[in-house]
Design a protein around this ligand. Structure first.
Ligand SMILES: [Fe+2]
Length: 285
């Protein structure tokens, strides 16, 4: 069993680093950690970085998870190879580019690019965002899945994810107490479905709603409230069509031993109990 400890980063390819930088700093509200000739490293919390834009095809979208130790990383590589996943062992310079000590990369059954890392760096420097969006941290990702039932089995049986709730066949899965760290949404191709940052309170969600609207940033869902996690949310579109979410008040699973996933209907109210429609985010709902 591959024990995922935490979500570490996302890496997004882009053809236009300049636009990505103005969005990340002027709209989303992250802090520049480092600017290289062909990559931009951004912080959102105590992590040394949690988002990297790099010069490359926008289809290249990578999600990094932390595992416990070098032994756990080697065991994960062996388990994945055993299941016929092609595993790449990151070079020292590739690891340096990710602020981690070692990593491996592979693709999940849909083809999503996943990296498992050890010893991701934190920074003692307080996160000081470029815009006061109220971000308290990088929290979770939605992933595309060409077969959510098959992929749920991968994430829960090969890895340690547990289903907290389902909406139709969309599993919201946790790897720690937080209600969900990853979700799988039906799609015809691999990729990141959305990237979530937590904000401090509902006032931050609403402030950003007006801020984004005024700047013509496409809002794709919300403001609203998820009946599953209880989070109040807002989804909007960034460069290369990548969807970002601000939310606050995401619930925790109080009792790991006794929690049973709830099955919600696949209708708009299961995504937003206030009545916002998720059409821009979940096709066909
Ligand atoms: Fe989310």
């Amino acid at each position: 069993m591959i024990e995922l400890k935490d979500l570490t980063y996302v890496r997004l390819g882009t053809r236009d680093l300049g636009t990505a930088e103005s969005f990340a700093t002027g709209v989303l509200g992250l802090e520049i950690r480092e600017r290289h000739r062909n990559a931009l490293y951004l912080r959102s919390d105590q992590r040394a970085h949690s988002l990297c834009y790099f010069e490359g095809p926008p289809e290249e979208q990578i999600i990094g998870f932390e595992v416990e130790s070098a032994a756990a990383l080697n065991a994960a590589a062996a388990a994945l190879e055993n299941l016929q996943h092609k595993v790449h062992r990151g070079s020292a310079s590739e690891a340096e580019q990710r602020y981690v000590s070692e990593f491996i990369s592979f693709r999940d059954p849909t083809g999503n690019q996943i990296e498992l890392v050890i010893r991701p760096q934190l920074s003692a420097k307080r996160h000081f965002p470029s815009r006061d969006a109220g971000i308290t941290g990088f929290n979770h990702v939605g992933m595309n899945s060409t077969d959510p039932v098959r992929d749920e089995a991968f994430w829960t049986q090969v890895c340690n994810a547990r289903v907290s709730d389902r909406i139709g066949d969309i599993p919201l899965m946790r790897i720690n107490a937080i209600h969900h760290t990853l979700a799988l949404v039906q799609s015809s191709k691999p990729g990141i479905q959305h990237i979530n940052h937590q904000v401090a309170e509902i006032d931050d969600v609403m402030r950003s709603y007006y801020f984004l609207k005024e700047r013509n940033v496409p809002i794709v869902f919300g403001p609203g409230r998820h009946p599953t996690s209880g989070a109040r949310f807002l989804y909007f579109k960034g460069p290369d069509g990548v969807i970002f979410e601000y939310s606050c008040g995401v619930g925790e699973i109080a009792n790991e031993a006794t929690h049973r996933p709830r099955q919600f209907t696949r209708e708009p109210l299961s995504f937003c109990m206030w009545g916002a429609t998720p059409g821009g985010l979940i096709p066909g709902v």
